[in-house]
Ligand binder design. Structure first.
Ligand SMILES: *Cc1c(COP(=O)(O)O)cnc(C)c1O
Length: 467
């Protein structure tokens, strides 16, 4: 067996590898600087592994093997990091998997707008500089009945901009029951601090009364704020101040009232069997001065933060220098305008916005798709696993409707030759990653969030993995 020293001195140099016959293919196929960099990276790693390993018996590689490893490395570097994945978890707004899938016409308008010039900031009637917000402001005003609207990169930025504009250097009163942490370290109290506003907590975790807000108001108070407890519920002996009551208090004290709705909805989905959640229209109608919400949660559009409300405040926000830092780009604007236009016709919105379609889809339709995939899989891999169609529950996700489970249909797979965890791992590492749920020693594919044109990929992957 070779000792460490010999093993290390046997490692070929970069030049030696570049001049090797076996490299010809790689040299022709890849940009030379990237290839050289990959060779260096690989050789450094290889050297370090040898130096730091106690047992080096398995570490010897001949030149051919080294070239093969370099080929693997450069291949990986050439393929895109950000790729499509199949969401078989049944979590419709899966934040880690990109939240809302966009409607295909909306997609086309992103391509169209961003691949050529556009009137992004050009007033075509007057021939002078225009505002990028105009493209969506009128639609938002029409849909929500708010006086004015603007949009930024995401709702966290929207909240920050609102507080910075309205309350920098002053105090904002919020109920203790509404100090939300959204995940990814977004906490309402932290955002407030960054915005320069001082948070004043009132009430208790389970109960806050209007007089709690009233008695905290002083000369430094700049606003009252309500935050939708998107991703948690306080149940039992509880009390919240209604939007109307809070608005009445704000009017009496001459203070603006802000509501962060989180997942803004334009349609009350309780008509379609889902739980009731306050809509943006209701928040505006309650008299809220400013309402903020996300573009890519229940609204089903691109990542964006939408601010609607009284013109005097929105005008101030448009002039805040932070607005430039939080500025929404043309691709997002194109997608947002397209998505908002779908809401002109509620029936169309429910059918054509993928998030709404998935959330309201009848379980009969989901079962129909489950049966199609089941029949295909039984034929190809039925002898290597136990497959069944089962009833289960999907989730909304994205910190929305946290308590609600939507009846769905899943395919359960119990593999025969590998463990359930191995199966999950291999599907996750498939060329198109397939993200599944594991429950009671079975892999579950929730048919709610799987697109029919993804069946081929799923069938191929399972055939490969279970062989
Ligand atoms: C999700 C959420 C946010 C953050 O919205 P993003 O669009 O993810 O930035 C803020 N507030 C509430 C209440 C939320 O639910």
């Amino acid at each position: 067996m070779l000792d460490k020293k010999t093993l290390l001195s046997n490692i070929p140099s970069v030049d030696e590898l570049l001049n090797d016959e076996g490299m010809k293919n790689l040299i022709q196929s890849y940009p030379r600087p990237l290839l050289v960099d990959s060779i260096r990276k690989f050789l450094n790693n290889y050297r370090q592994t040898i130096i730091s390993s106690k047992d080096i018996s398995d570490l010897h590689l001949d030149k051919e093997e080294i070239i093969q490893k370099i080929s693997g490395l450069i291949n990986k570097r050439m393929s895109k990091n950000l790729r499509n994945a199949i969401n078989a978890t049944g979590v419709v707004l899966h934040t880690n998997l990109g939240r809302a899938c966009l409607n295909h016409e909306v997609m086309e308008s992103i391509i169209k707008i961003s691949s050529r010039y556009s009137n992004l900031e050009f007033d075509l009637e007057k021939g002078v500089r225009g505002s990028r917000y105009n493209h969506v402001e009128e639609i938002l005003r029409y849909l929500t009945k708010a006086e004015a609207a603007m949009v930024v990169n995401n709702n966290a930025a929207a909240v920050m901009l609102v507080l910075n504009t309205i309350a920098q250097g002053g105090e904002v009163i919020v109920s203790r029951g509404q100090l939300v942490e959204i995940g990814g370290s977004f906490r309402i109290p932290d955002v407030m601090m960054q915005s320069g506003a001082k948070l004043v907590e009132v009430g208790t975790t389970n109960k806050t009364h209007w007089w709690d807000y009233e008695s905290a108001i002083n000369d430094d108070t700049k606003a009252l704020m309500k935050v939708h407890t998107s991703n948690y519920r306080i149940i039992g002996f509880t009390e919240e101040v209604s939007s109307e009551e809070l608005v009445a208090l704000g009017r009496k004290k001459n203070l603006p009232v802000i509501e962060d709705l989180g997942s803004g909805m334009f349609i009350d989905l309780s008509k379609y069997g889902l739980p009731y959640e306050p809509t943006v229209m209701e928040a505006v109608a309650s008299g809220m001065d400013i309402v903020t919400f996300s573009g890519d949660k229940m609204l089903g559009g691109p990542q964006a933060g939408i601010i609607v409300g009284k013109k005097q405040y929105i005008e101030q926000m448009k002039k805040n220098p932070l607005t430039r830092a939080f500025r929404i780009d043309k691709m997002t604007l194109a997608a947002l305008e397209g998505t908002l236009r779908l809401y002109y016709d509620e029936e169309k919105a429910i059918k054509e916005i993928p998030v709404l379609r998935m959330l309201t889809e009848d379980n009969k339709e989901i079962r129909r798709r489950a049966e199609i995939l089941y029949n295909r899989l039984v034929k190809t891999i039925g002898h290597r696993c136990v497959i069944a169609i089962e009833d289960d529950y999907s989730e909304v996700g994205g910190g929305s409707m946290p308590m609600y489970k939507i009846p769905t249909t899943v395919l359960s797979i119990l593999p025969e030759n590998i463990s359930v965890n191995q199966l999950e791992n291999k599907l996750r590492n498939n060329e198109t990653p397939i993200i599944v749920r594991i429950y009671k020693d079975k892999v579950l594919l929730d048919m709610r969030t799987i697109w029919e044109d993804e069946f081929d990929i799923i069938e191929d992957a399972l055939t490969k993995v279970l062989k």
